[in-house]
Structure formats: C-alpha cells, structure tokens
Design a protein around this ligand. Structure first.
Ligand code: HEM
Length: 428
C-alpha cells in the first residue's frame, strides 16, 4: 500500500488520453472516447474525483461479480469525501432527518450478506408473475398514449410517450393517481438532483422540500397498506417479509422506494427515447422490425447494448486491486462503465455497429450483472416491448422532424437523459 493519497496515486497513473468523461460534449456522445480508452487506457484515472473509470467488458464483469473487492457501500471513497457538493449532501440529509426520514443504506448501497436479505424481499415483490399480470395493462396504456399522440402526425416523443409510460406505471404502483405522473417526475428529479449536478443553495432547499413531499405522501400510503393490503407494489413492499423476518422499518421503506423511483423511471424513459431515435436513424431496421414484430425483443436488447440509459455507476475498492495491468488503490471510487463495456470489440464483433441480429445480443451488461443485477429488468423490458409494439404497429414510417443542431442529452456523468425527440410519422 502506498503512503500517497488516493488522488496523488491516481494523478501519477499513466494515461495518454487527455479528454475526460467530465466534459458534457463527451457525455453526449462518448463512443469514440470509449474506443480510445479500450485501446490506450482501459482503467481511466479521474484524480479530481478520487475515481477511476473501468471500460473493458471483462473488467466490468469482474468488478460487478466481486463485491468483496468492489463495494457498493459507502461509495465515493477518496476525493469524493471532500468538496462543496459533499457539504451540501450533508446539509440535505440533516434537513431530511429533521423533517422526514434521512437516508439509510439499503439494497443498492449494500454488499452481501446484508444485500442478500434486502434482495430476497425485493425479489418477492418483482416476481415474473406480477410483470405478467401487468403486461396487459402496460399494452393498453401504451396503445392509449400512442392514440393521444397520433392526432397531429408529429410530437415530441419524450413528452408524449417516453415520460408518461413509465411515469404512469410507477405512479399507479405507488398509490398516486396516474395523471399525477408529472408531480411524480418532479419527485424523481429531486431525488436524483444532488448526484447529477451542482446545486445552488436555493435549489438545494427546493429539492429537499420536494423530496420531503414525496416522503410524506409515501409514508401515508405505507401506513394505509400496512392496515389494508392491496395489490400494488407499495403494498407488496410493506408485506415483503417472510414469517421469520422483521417487517421493513419506515426508514428502510423510504430508502427502497427512493431506489425504485430513481432507478425505474428515467432509465426506462431513456431506453424508450434511444430506441425511437435509433429507429429514425436506421429506417431499414424500422421496416424490418415492423414487418416482423417477433424481432422487437432482439431490437430492444440491441438498443440497450448500443446506447444503454445507465452508462455508469459507482463502487469503492476495499483493497488495492489490479485490473488490466493497473493497480487501483484501496478506497478509490470505481465508475463501472456498462455503456463502454457494451461497445468493447473484444466482447462484441464490430461493437460500434447497430445490429439486431447479433447472436450474443443478450450478453450485454446494460442491466448490470451479479448480485445487483437490475431488479426491474423484466418490468422495463415489458414496457419497452409494449411501447415499440404500439408505435411500429400504428405507423408505416417514423422520422426525426428536424436534425439535432446541438447536444441530444442533458449533461450527466452517469445517465443519458434525452432533452427532446421531435418525430413526424405516417399512420399505418
Ligand atoms: C431500461 C431500464 C433500466 C435500466 C437500463 C436499468 C439499469 C440498472 C443497472 C445497470 C443496475 C445495476 C446497478 C449496480 O450494478 O449497482 C440496476 C439496478 C437496479 N434497478 Fe434498474 N434499470 C432499469 C429499469 C429499472 C426499473 C423499471 C426498476 C424498478 C421499478 C429498476 C430498479 C432497480 C433497482 C432497485 C436496482 C438495484 C438492485 C440491487 O442493488 O440489487 N430498474 N438497474
């Protein structure tokens, strides 16, 4: 182990690539950057964050399947313990503790064996049966939203479809009126805000007030379901303990709900957005999938591989670990770059080619891998199948109304939020 700080050790790492994932222009289209990293610097140091970014497919798999070396708890080792944003996070938590429920670490922020216990409960909630039962309803909602969007022959896909479909589904599951999904969206945005961008003092106060509104709404719904179980997700969560297990506490319930809201909304929205954007960029794929809807699942998997909505998430090294010949110091934040792993030529032939017929399309890591593999993957896949079926069946042609003349995405280190997606279409 070195006497140098994590930041100094990372600054001393050799890496001939001089641009960075912290640049919004690179975040908007990181693909050439990933290719350069694969070739020249697969473990990319970001000393100012006390972090490295891991980009090769095999390395990403190794990180995700070795939680004893790469912990999900107490993220943000090294430099991330310092800085203005961390002071803000502490202030944010103090307000939540005073007026609501401060965050505790559950599920995604824990390692086995603690994670295993939470995960067992969540697996009881997200059963294949529940998704199957929901499928018909999701189909109907997708058809309804398509019908509402089709009147003018053009729309902003984000606003007309990609936001409301997952938004309404989760809102209903959380005991909200489905038409309230915009309020729900503001909750989800607030819950994510601090980890996505620097906030001013005023923004911090506004954001925490919105999260408190969400917490108090959810607390009342939890209590109602405790007394009278229903068939929604919030009720399933309250009653997710086995006979020999303690029920989840209010703090745990709040935190799990936080993860479901932040993990399940924007991700699915942007998978829908990228799928639609890809359909407009590859009209021949659009025609092929429209002619043979049995190809829709393969199309969706390739969308997730090619431009997955979660480009990266964090871990923390529990000891010095070597990856691709580089020693990553203990207590370094590791940004696991799912999006780069999925473009690794050593894992996928011609990885930068969009090809719905690739035989190994299911090998992508867009939903993660190992103990933290996405608990909502089946639900997300169902929403994507229902969504694209409605649009491909209902139209004979879809194209972009106008080319993008600037960045497609909001700046984000980890996700790929599409700003708008104006499309024009002919009805079938
Ligand atoms: C296309 C849509 C989605 C994508 C691409 C996606 C991606 C991911 C990824 C990459 C992980 C792994 C995190 C890690 O390695 O630490 C994950 C975990 C998770 N996802 Fe998703 N997700 C999607 C949809 C959903 C939905 C619809 C829900 C729930 C309603 C959800 C809830 C979660 C939760 C709770 C976890 C943490 C699981 C654990 O730690 O055991 N996700 N997701």
């Amino acid at each position: 182990m070195s006497d140098l700080s994590v930041e100094d050790q990372l600054a001393a790492m050799e890496c001939p690539v001089d641009h960075s994932i912290l640049d919004p222009a690179i975040q908007d289209a990181p693909w050439d950057f990933y290719a350069e990293l694969h070739e020249k610097c697969p473990v990319f140091p970001i000393p100012q964050m006390g972090a490295v970014m891991v980009t090769k497919y095999e390395d990403v798999r190794f990180v995700l399947t070795n939680p004893e070396l790469f912990s999900s708890g107490g993220r943000g080792g090294g430099g991330a313990k310092k800085g203005i944003q961390v002071e803000k996070a502490q202030r944010y938590q103090a307000i939540l503790r005073e007026k609501g429920w401060g965050h505790v670490e559950t599920l995604q922020r824990t390692d086995p064996p603690i994670h295993t216990d939470y995960r067992r409960r969540l697996n009881r909630v997200f059963t294949p049966r529940r998704v199957k039962v929901m499928a018909e309803h999701i189909d109907a909602l997708a058809a309804e939203l398509f019908d509402a969007a089709k009147a003018n022959g053009e729309c902003d896909f984000v606003d007309a479809f990609a936001l409301p479909l997952p938004g309404m589904i989760i809102a209903e599951q959380l005991g909200l009126d489905r038409s309230d999904y915009r309020r729900f969206k503001s909750w989800a945005d607030s819950m994510l805000a601090l980890s996505m961008r620097p906030l001013s003092d005023e923004e911090l106060l506004e954001t925490v007030e919105t999260e408190l509104e969400a917490q108090h709404h959810l607390a009342a719904e939890f209590e109602k379901r405790r007394e009278e179980p229903t068939d929604d997700l919030i009720s399933a969560l309250v009653h997710s303990h086995g006979d020999d297990e303690e029920p989840l506490t209010m703090h745990e319930l709040q935190n799990l709900m936080h993860q479901l809201v932040t993990g399940g909304f924007e991700t699915t929205t942007n998978a829908l957005n990228h799928g639609m954007w890809l359909l407009t960029r590859y009209p021949e794929v659009q025609d092929e999938v429209r002619a043979d809807p049995a190809l829709i699942p393969a199309f969706i998997e390739e969308v997730l591989r090619y431009e997955g909505p979660v480009q990266g998430l964090g871990r923390r090294t529990t000891q010095d670990v070597e990856l691709s010949g580089v020693t990553i110091p203990k207590d370094t934040m590791v940004i696991v770059r799912y999006g780069a792993a999925n473009r690794d030529d050593e894992a996928f032939e011609n990885a930068d080619e969009f090809n719905i017929h690739r035989p190994d399309v299911h090998q992508h890591v867009a939903f993660g891998l190992g103990p933290h593999f996405c608990v909502g993957a089946a639900l997300a896949r169902q929403e994507l199948v229902s969504g694209f079926t409605a649009w491909l069946e209902g139209t004979s042609r879809i194209e972009l109304t106008r080319p993008f003349d600037g960045p497609v995405h909001e700046p984000s280190l980890l996700l790929m939020p599409v700003k708008e997606l104006p499309i024009t279409f002919e009805l079938a």
